[in-house]
Structures are given as structure tokens and as C-alpha cells.
Design a binder for this molecule. Structure first.
Ligand code: ATP
Length: 270
């Protein structure tokens, strides 16, 4: 299905992603973990062609994604929606219009300029918002919503593209634990109910363990772990983060209980 082969991205002498090979044979929920600067964002950005690879290849259902240009590249970017830590909504625009932006890639320039959306798209946008429990906010400006609600709008915008893959770059890093849980539950549902592949960069181990079918650990641009949540032991996590024995898992947690239980000095992991 999705095959990444010796994918490398160099910025000058710095290899942000260094010969990464991964193979996903079916849609699943994948978590990518690793310390700040490990190359997680660059990997995701190469997957949807926001960034070009220096070498190596990405193949999806037998098609070489790294070689796509023009309309084919835009089609791939529609198939491969991206969600960001800071939501990337248009703050002064209403929620439904933000969601409808998910159809931009397939609309004419004229229709886009005049904000002309077919009524079936508007209905679909509202259905998606309803599914995510935020249809009641459809007419509000995006900036009037809480961070958690804004991230759900961003998820709705991604679904509006009807993508095969949803890429989420630190989707919960700006959220409190309760909203983080809601957003992760939504991403899991997108996988479970729609069968879409979800690949999320995550900065907390418990989130990766709880929500993902497979976890990939990166360190200095390379994959140093690729396995199931069960295989992600504290020892393995220490290796991924290059941390010593003082490494505290609870301090990297999004769970309120674990945060309360954390007594040691937090060790920033991302
Ligand atoms: N546009 C760029 N130009 C130069 N160097 C870059 C660029 N983007 C990323 N890098 C470098 O590539 C390396 C990997 O960065 P990346 O953002 O992919 O890591 P990350 O694991 O996502 O970290 P974080 O969690 O802090 O976002 C870092 O050394 C970073 O400084």
C-alpha cells in the first residue's frame, strides 16, 4: 500500500531524514515519535509533497509519489490531507467555509474567487461537522472556537477532501489533556469507521501506545524503532529519545492522572 524506500532529505550538510524505509501494507493508525529535530515533520511533509525528497522514493498503491508533478501532484495532495499543530484555519472566516476549503484543489479559480460552493458540498461539510459534534458552531468565525474545537474543524476540512491518508503533525501538542483525547478519538474514528490511513507525529508516548496500531521511533533522521505499542517499552523509549535513567514517562503524558502522578522533573521529549 504505502512503501517508503531509503527516503532522505538533506538541508545542506544536515540530513533531516536519513535513508528511512517503511512499509505499510494496509490502512492503519501509525504514530511517529522522537525528540525535537528527529525528522518527524520533514518525513510527513515529504509524504504529501510539501517538501521534495533529496533521494529515495515513496510509493502508494504502486505509484511513485515522489515523481508526481502538476495536476497529478495536486491530486495526491488531496488524497493525503494534512492536519497541523496550529490548526491553520482562516481565523476570520466562518467554520463551514473553512471546511469547504478542503475542496479547493478540485474547484475552478473563478468559483474559489467568488466563494461559490455547490449546495451538496455545503451539506456534506455540515454532515462532517455534525459527525464531529461541532455542527452547532458552523456559522461562527473559526477564531471564536476553543483550540480543541478548531482542531476538529481542521479534521473536518481534511475529511472534506475525502483523503486516503490523513497526516497529522503534532495534532494535540497545543491542546489540554481533555481536548487532546477528543481529537485523538476523532482521528481513531476516521481510521476505524472510514478505513483511512492515519499517520500522526506525536510527542507523548502514552498517546502513541493508546491509539496507534504501529509506532515508528525516529532519532537523528533515522528509524530506530518500528513495532507495536506493546513493544514500545520504557527502555526502547529511552533509546528513541536518547534519554538517561532520569527519563520520566509520566512527564510526557497527556493523561491527567499520569500528570498528577509525575513527581520527577519533566524531561522534554519533543
Ligand atoms: N526548511 C528547513 N531548512 C533547514 N533545516 C531544516 C528545515 N526543516 C527542518 N530542518 C532541520 O531538519 C531537522 C529535522 O527537523 P523536523 O522539524 O523534521 O524535526 P521534528 O522531529 O519534526 O522536530 P519537532 O518536533 O521539533 O518539530 C532539524 O535539524 C531541523 O532544524
Amino acid at each position: 500500500m504505502l512503501k517508503i524506500d531509503k527516503l532522505t532529505k538533506a538541508f545542506g550538510a544536515n540530513k533531516a531524514v536519513d535513508s528511512v524505509s517503511l512499509d505499510f501494507d494496509r490502512p492503519m493508525m501509525i504514530g511517529i515519535i522522537g525528540a525535537s529535530g528527529a525528522g518527524k515533520s520533514t518525513l510527513l511533509r515529504m509524504l504529501n509533497r510539501l517538501e521534495n525528497a533529496t533521494s529515495g522514493s515513496i510509493t502508494f498503491d504502486g505509484r511513485d509519489v515522489t515523481a508526481l508533478h502538476g495536476a497529478d501532484k495536486r491530486r495526491w495532495q488531496r488524497d493525503c490531507a494534512m492536519i497541523f499543530q496550529q490548526f491553520n484555519l482562516v481565523p476570520r472566516m466562518d467554520v463551514v467555509s473553512n471546511v469547504l476549503h478542503g475542496t479547493l484543489n478540485r474547484r475552478s479559480t473563478l468559483a474559489t474567487m467568488f466563494n461559490l460552493y455547490p449546495s451538496e458540498d455545503i451539506h456534506r461539510a455540515i454532515d462532517i461537522l455534525d459527525r464531529l459534534g461541532i455542527a452547532g458552531h458552523a456559522a461562527k468565525r473559526a477564531e471564536a472556537l476553543s483550540g480543541g474545537q478548531q482542531q476538529r474543524v481542521a479534521i473536518a476540512r481534511a475529511i472534506m477532501q475525502d483523503p486516503q491518508i490523513v497526516l497529522a503533525d503534532e495534532p494535540i501538542a497545543s491542546l489540554d489533556p481533555m481536548n487532546a483525547q477528543i481529537v485523538m478519538d476523532d482521528l481513531r474514528r476516521i481510521h476505524d469507521e472510514d478505513g483511512r490511513m492515519v499517520i500522526a507525529n506525536l510527542h507523548t508516548l502514552d498517546t502513541a501506545r493508546r491509539y496507534c496500531d504501529r509506532v515508528v521511533g525516529m532519532r537523528a533522521g533515522r528509524v530506530v524503532f518500528d513495532g507495536t505499542p506493546e513493544q514500545l517499552t520504557t527502555g526502547v523509549a529511552r533509546d528513541i529519545y536518547g534519554a538517561d535513567a532520569s527519563f520520566s514517562e509520566a512527564a510526557t503524558s497527556t493523561s491527567i492522572d499520569a500528570l498528577n502522578a509525575a513527581t520527577s522533573t519533566p524531561v522534554p521529549v519533543a
